[in-house]
Design a protein around this ligand. Structure first.
Ligand SMILES: Cc1cc2nc3c(=O)[nH]c(=O)nc-3n(C[C@H](O)[C@H](O)[C@H](O)COP(=O)(O)OP(=O)(O)OC[C@H]3O[C@@H](n4cnc5c(N)ncnc54)[C@H](O)[C@@H]3O)c2cc1C
Length: 365
């Protein structure tokens, strides 16, 4: 059944279609599916059509000669917008310098910002550790981020360029130039101060050059970014928790630990570059916290989070438990598989999220 047929049976009224001209469409199709699987999505293949069914989006990808064809249907405009953004960013990355040509249907072409869109202004910047910067933002309606059911937000890093492009480009033709395309990155709301109308986000200044880390490295009071959300999953109630992640997941782990009840039991494992990246965290007494320092690990065991998982002592089957992990995509895949196959964690007992991607080779012409 196609996404559009499926959407007829569900409340998915927003239809996105795109025809993408890109070098090596077959390879591109498989890489897109791999990326979705890295994020824990089930991708089903039937006769060359790859389908994904999520609670608020149904989508399919297929090849038609030199083109990748996309069909999706979304429950709301927010999901609709971010499906488009995800696709645009993935295709640009896969194509490298050979910019793909994307023909969107009219409905998706005309949506310039998501419904929850707002603007944030930087009001303070502070170093937490040598590579972690805490940025305080002010904006309207930030109380909506004061929820534990969705810990994340999306930041539009190149707000100035996108606004300028919107002013320039009044006549949208069938295909869009990707130059000055919106650059969205996902971050965690570290804290919310309802009285002051501010939120804090901790940015890991990773060594590679990326728009998000670069922006945070240079951020000054008064700088502006776009914001959307909140989004993402929360952490359900359980008696016993396994929490793990690298620096990018540290803000989420810190916020989760602060919010767990004092009776919570479990293990929290955090991997950072060195002892200089250690932070004081508020931890319930029943949670054992372990810091792993990459500079101390041998080259023979680069995946110390996976080692920590393999050596952890879990409560007996039947105990209420939950595993939450955020880390690099390839490692996330291994951790998800280990939880499922070795420890019999069901889907509802785990949330393992790819927080960032190691470098992919662009598709070849
Ligand atoms: C739900 C969610 C919440 C997140 N919360 C936070 C948060 O609170 N704080 C935070 O700092 N990050 C967080 N991240 C991770 C952040 O979104 C990614 O690190 C993102 O790639 C940064 O964007 P960028 O523009 O700097 O780099 P990109 O343009 O995405 O990537 C550029 C290059 O940098 C490399 N790279 C990206 N991240 C890392 C890294 N961590 N270490 C080494 N190399 C890297 C990539 O492999 C690529 O080669 C979160 C991610 C998700 C999915």
């Amino acid at each position: 059944m196609s996404p559009l047929e499926l959407s007829a049976n569900r409340a998915l009224p927003y239809a996105l279609r795109a025809r993408v001209e890109i070098p090596d469409p077959e390879n591109c199709l498989h890489r897109l599916c791999d990326h979705m699987r890295e994020h824990g999505m089930d991708v089903h293949e039937d006769d060359g059509v790859f389908t994904v069914i999520l609670p608020d989006v149904v989508g399919s990808l297929s090849q038609d000669g030199r083109h990748v064809m996309v069909q999706a249907a979304a429950a709301d405009l927010e999901a609709f917008y971010f499906v488009k953004m995800w696709l645009q960013a993935e295709l640009s990355e896969l194509a490298g310098h050979l910019a793909p040509r994307i023909e969107w249907n009219e409905e998706s072409r005309n949506l310039r910002f998501p419904p929850s869109f707002g603007t944030l202004a930087v009001v303070a910047v502070r170093e937490i550790t040598p590579r972690m910067r805490r940025i305080t933002f002010k904006g309207d309606g930030l109380n909506r981020f004061d929820t534990l059911s969705a810990l994340h937000l999306q930041l539009l890093i190149n707000l100035g360029a996108v606004n300028a492009q919107c002013r320039r480009q009044c006549d949208f033709s069938g295909s869009e130039a990707l130059q000055d395309a919106p650059v969205w990155r996902r971050y965690t709301v570290r804290s919310v101060d309802g009285a002051r109308g501010t939120i804090e986000v901790d940015f890991f200044l990773h060594g590679s050059s990326g728009p998000g880390a670069n922006w945070a490295r240079q951020a000054r009071r008064g700088d502006l970014v776009g914001v959307a959300g909140p989004s993402g999953g929360g952490v359900p109630k359980a008696n016993w928790y396994f929490l793990a992640g690298d620096e990018t997941a540290l803000p989420a782990i810190a916020r989760i630990l602060e919010c767990l009840p004092a009776t919570a039991q479990g293990i929290a494992t955090i991997e950072v570059a060195s002892e200089r990246e250690w932070q004081a965290l508020a931890v319930p007494p029943g949670i054992a916290i372990e810091w792993l320092y990459r500079e101390n690990s041998s080259d023979a065991c680069p995946h110390s989070l996976l080692d920590a998982l393999e050596s952890a002592v879990f409560p007996p089957l039947g105990e209420s438990r939950f595993a939450w992990v955020g880390c690099e995509a390839t490692l996330a895949k291994k951790i998800r598989a280990h939880l499922r196959t070795e420890l019999a964690f069901t889907k509802s007992e785990q949330l393992v999220v790819a927080y960032w991607h190691g470098h992919d080779e662009p598709v070849r012409s």
